[in-house]
Design a protein around this ligand. Sequence first.
Ligand SMILES: [Zn+2]
Length: 261
Amino acid sequence: MFKGFDVKFPEYEVITPQTKLSFTVRSLNVKEEERLKGSLMTPTKIHEHLNKCIYDSLVEKPEQITDYDTFLKSVTLKDRDALLYGLYHISYEEIRNYDVTCGSCQKEYPVTVQASSTFNYLPYPGDKILEKRVPVELLATPGVVCTLKQPTLFDEMMAIKTQGASPEANMDVITETLIIEKFQYNPEEGDTVIYSEKGDVIDAYMSLPARDKREVHKHYRDELGQYGVQLRMRSNCVHCGNTEDIDLDLVSNFFRMVFTF
Ligand SMILES: [Zn+2]
């Protein structure tokens, strides 16, 4: 009967860029990889499996994180990218055969790089990002103010749970609207109306002129979203020689790696 190997897995320390918490993650084992593979079949389960996988791989975590629930409430989506990077780095080290589509000739070609050579880290300059709110006056929709926040893993889980179940659910829209806490409508006549229920927020978002949507995401990026990790590399097209800087998508690449290793 197998009684286990008394071996310590390699570990890596991650300071989350937005909430500045310190974690240590260890390499995935085969069992955990296999479990992740199963989650690819159901898009609404991907994030749940990813969160559990990260949580299970934590060797050390801050005191205030006492269980899975407090973990979800303390960590933002951008923080998860950083944890995922740590997990990726310690489990695989290199990014293999990542398919790049050339911006010039549009042909695809694969690249392989050391994960650490692509790593960029921009921490949030303030404290308490979870309490930060960004009001955005919508210029193309007069009288409407959209309030933005940095979503946590818990916010994401609740949104997918309450909105993702119906057959007509649009996962892209559910994800895009995670950054919106509420819409406040001050009509020229009559009382102010506040829409903060998730379903109302999604409907209000869908009714916006395209210009306001871009404005909302620009404000989010400038005030909150730019803080985090980025995997950026300079790449030369093997077909036409075009040089460009590309951002590697951590989540999709993580699953690809789990599958092909
Ligand atoms: Zn090219």
